[in-house]
Design a binder for this molecule. Structure first.
Ligand code: SF4
Length: 361
């Protein structure tokens, strides 16, 4: 076994994380769910979501049978909603093609929507005790530093070098749970010791062999992506209020915030009162512009200009594209973060004021 693997396995015994809820399980479904939730999300944020999700959808079949809306609602606040849509779609495929069972090889798992090579490998290791290398963001960082591999890890050639190193370090013998302990140790080292900023090299079991530590280049590795200035888009969000309810519109299934409930969005420059009348037969009384709100996606920044509009009358035919809903109830729906923020900051307090004004009349 490579000395790195041995050092990590020894380290994990006393310093690794042993009490994460999904570690109690060898159920590939539970492992899959945790791995997907942990992408781009901290453990502490994931735990309550994971527990609620497992309670609501304890099996692949239950997840496949659930409406997408309920799945997205449980995911609401965790971000990167394509993960939830892919989970749901993959559950359908597992029920349809695999009798609700998870395939047990990395190659087959990797065919499912939303599962890349590293996630497939983690599932294969933890659920089926396979000998497979993982290469998530944490592992890329450890390997880039340990072997002093320069270049942005997202570049194919750098990524190939990192995969090769990840393969070389694997324990030879995958009996006695060594692969699981080794894989978990790598994840834990990246999350708790070899962190993005201020890594704790003095506590690291790998420091004697670590090139970046020896060369004093830890803070330069991994090489960051060359920053491109993100384009900025502007949009108006219409907060239409009628009898203490707001109007939400379901977004198209594909694209930004796919299938989530959102305030109707219009382009800058549109005459909103006229638009509401023309499009939906909604007559507006008073209106108010609220402070703008910024939201960043991976490829662009969105500057949201919310407008609160008081509805006098509406002939809008609500169907599965629109709902008039109490703002408190809306918080339980699958809504994007800026909608949640606007509801909490503006709509709920506004409704409270209106209600107390009505009571005092
Ligand atoms: S010695 Fe420091 S940089 Fe090297 S692997 Fe350990 S924590 Fe990371």
């Amino acid at each position: 076994m490579s000395s790195v693997a041995q050092q990590l396995i020894n380290w994990h015994k006393h310093h690794g994380r042993h009490h994460l809820p999904w570690q109690k399980s060898q159920d590939p479904y539970a492992i899959w769910l945790s791995e997907i939730m942990l992408q781009q999300t901290q453990v502490n944020t994931v735990i309550p979501y994971y527990q609620r999700f497992m309670q609501e959808f304890p099996t692949i079949r239950r997840l496949a049978l659930a409406p997408l809306d309920s799945v997205l609602a449980l995911w609401s606040g965790l971000g990167y909603y394509s993960r939830a849509r892919n989970l749901h779609q993959a559950a359908h495929i597992l029920v349809r093609d695999y009798q609700g069972q998870f395939p047990d090889t990395r190659e087959t798992i990797q065919q499912l929507p939303g599962i890349g090579r590293s996630t497939a490998a983690a599932i294969a290791v933890f659920a089926f005790q396979k000998r497979e290398a993982i290469l998530d963001g944490n592992v890329k960082r450890i390997l880039a530093r340990y072997f002093s591999i320069r270049g942005y890890p997202g570049n194919t050639s750098i990524q190939n070098q990192l995969w090769q190193k990840a393969e070389e370090l694997l324990p030879d013998n995958h009996c006695h749970g060594e692969m699981e302990i080794y894989t978990q140790a790598l994840m834990d080292l990246g999350a708790t010791v070899c962190t993005r900023s201020k890594p704790s090299c003095t506590l690291c079991p790998l420091r004697q062999g670590c090139s970046a530590h020896a060369e004093n280049t830890v803070d330069q590795l991994p090489t960051p992506k060359t920053r491109k200035l993100l384009p900025c888009k502007d949009a108006i969000f219409l907060i239409l209020m009628q009898h203490h309810k707001i109007l939400l519109q379901k977004r198209p299934a594909h694209g930004i915030w796919g299938a989530l409930w959102c305030f109707p969005e219009v382009e800058i420059g549109v005459n909103t009162n006229h638009y509401c009348q023309q499009q939906w037969g909604i007559s507006i009384g008073s209106s108010r512009t609220l402070p703008a709100l910024n939201h960043q996606f991976t490829h662009f920044k969105l500057r949201i200009h919310p407008q609160m509009l008081h509805v006098i009358s509406s002939t809008l035919d609500v169907c599965n594209q629109f709902i008039w809903i109490d703002p408190i109830e809306a918080l339980e729906h699958a809504i994007p973060v800026p909608v949640r923020t606007l509801l909490k900051q503006n709509v709920l307090s506004h409704n409270d004021k209106l209600r107390s004004a009505e009571l005092s009349l």
